[in-house]
Design a protein around this ligand. Structure first.
Ligand SMILES: NC(=O)c1ccc[n+]([C@@H]2O[C@H](COP(=O)([O-])OP(=O)(O)OC[C@H]3O[C@@H](n4cnc5c(N)ncnc54)[C@H](O)[C@@H]3O)[C@@H](O)[C@H]2O)c1
Length: 354
């Protein structure tokens, strides 16, 4: 039997590249789509060409396509030719801050690009599982309406209904999303609809902070990757509001890839999962400084800006109970500290190469 072909968009990015490696290690032929748009969104520090080259050099049978997902005819032709057994959609304009200055690029990439891919899938591989990387920004700033308590180094939920974190039942409506959150929500609802209306095996993975050593972290996207980069390069990190006590849960991109693989093996129709590191892998910005400093031995330089980012979450960690109950063999494999260790070591290596 020939190896199954999988299609991964955003293959040179953090999540896409990790998914490519994960699937390749399990015998799949992987087709990646990425036109290095991240370098256009964020300038040279966002360039992902190094990661594309890494995949081409290290993965057997990896096939790269520099197609823009906004180009409907090229994308459709590719899906028609490959007829993938699995589609993983991780290409995006991923920054909520950046979206405000490029609203058309943001919407056309995030919403229209997703529709292009869904339609191509409906035409040529409707039975194949389709996993979409959504975001916790679909909930807008609704998490900020939960009662909070201030602890020494972080905010926490004061309402015990959220003891386990944010579940999929939180409203996506009537809150501030940022234009990025709005374009991703449009895509998220489309992906659900291709499941509910057309019966396709689709799922949306609503993630908070995904991280890992293969991120081209920049100030506007890639929290831990950028924070570690600042520490390693002895640059100043800018904290935006909430006293630096704002909390994010962090999940290694490999654990996201493992979840997608589990979904491929046992697909469901039109599902939505919150996916993240959970409370155990959460930290505030101040706590992240502590963790990185303990690993590198270098003091973190930082400055404080009173104004929080618009729509930014004060405290967000993921309730993983639905994801874990549907996929019992899946769990978080990498602790926050181990993930930071990996990121530190890769930024050090990248510095030596330069
Ligand atoms: N990293 C996170 O913390 C995080 C959190 C929540 C959700 N997500 C979602 O996960 C997905 C992947 O995020 P990531 O961190 O890997 O981002 P990334 O920027 O590292 O990767 C995205 C890749 O998509 C490519 N791309 C962008 N526009 C394209 C286009 N028009 N055509 C072809 N390729 C294009 C970029 O060049 C980039 O390599 C995104 O949908 C993002 O919204 C990420």
């Amino acid at each position: 039997m020939s190896a199954p072909a999988c299609l991964v968009t955003g293959s040179s990015g953090l999540v896409g590249s990790e998914v490519c490696a994960y699937l390749s290690a399990r015998g799949a032929v992987v087709h990646g789509i990425d036109n290095n748009q991240r370098a256009i969104f964020f300038g040279p520090p966002g360039d992902t060409a190094w990661n594309r080259e890494r995949l081409q050099q290290t993965l057997p049978h990896y096939c790269h396509h520099g197609v823009d997902i906004r180009n409907r005819s090229q994308l459709t032709e590719l899906v028609r030719t490959i007829q993938p057994a699995l589609i993983v959609h991780a290409a995006a304009q991923p920054s909520h801050d950046r979206a405000a200055s490029i609203p058309f690029d943001d919407f056309e990439t995030n919403a229209l690009g997703t529709l292009n891919l869904l339609e191509a899938a409906r035409a040529y591989s409707p039975e194949s599982p389709f996993a979409f990387m959504s975001t916790n920004k679909v909930y807008g700033d609704m998490p900020n309406s939960i009662a909070m308590r201030e602890l020494a180094t972080r905010w926490d939920y004061a309402d015990e209904a959220f003891e386990e974190g944010i579940s999929e039942t939180l409203s996506v409506d009537q809150s501030t999303h940022s234009l990025f959150g709005a374009s991703k929500l449009a895509a998220d609802v489309l992906v659900q609809e291709y499941g509910r209306y057309f019966g396709m095996p689709t799922c949306c993975l609503r993630a908070g902070c995904i991280t890992g050593p293969n991120h081209s972290g920049v100030e506007l996207h890639g929290f831990l990757s950028y924070l570690v980069k600042c520490n390693v390069e002895e640059r100043e990190y800018r904290v935006f509001g909430y006293k630096g006590k704002q909390v994010r849960d962090n999940i290694h991109a490999r654990d996201v890839a493992a979840f997608i693989h589990a979904f491929w093996q046992q697909p469901r129709v039109g599902e939505v999962y919150n996916i993240g590191g959970g409370k155990a892998n959460s930290c505030s910005v101040l706590e992240a400084f502590e963790i990185v400093q303990a690993i590198t031995g270098r003091a973190q330089k930082w400055v404080y800006d009173e104004a929080p980012r618009r729509g930014d979450h004060i405290c967000y960690f993921t309730d993983l109970r639905k994801a874990k109950s549907h996929y019992r063999e899946w769990s978080i494999s990498t602790s926050l500290r181990d993930t930071v260790r990996e990121i530190v070591s890769t930024w050090n290596e990248r510095r030596c190469v330069r």
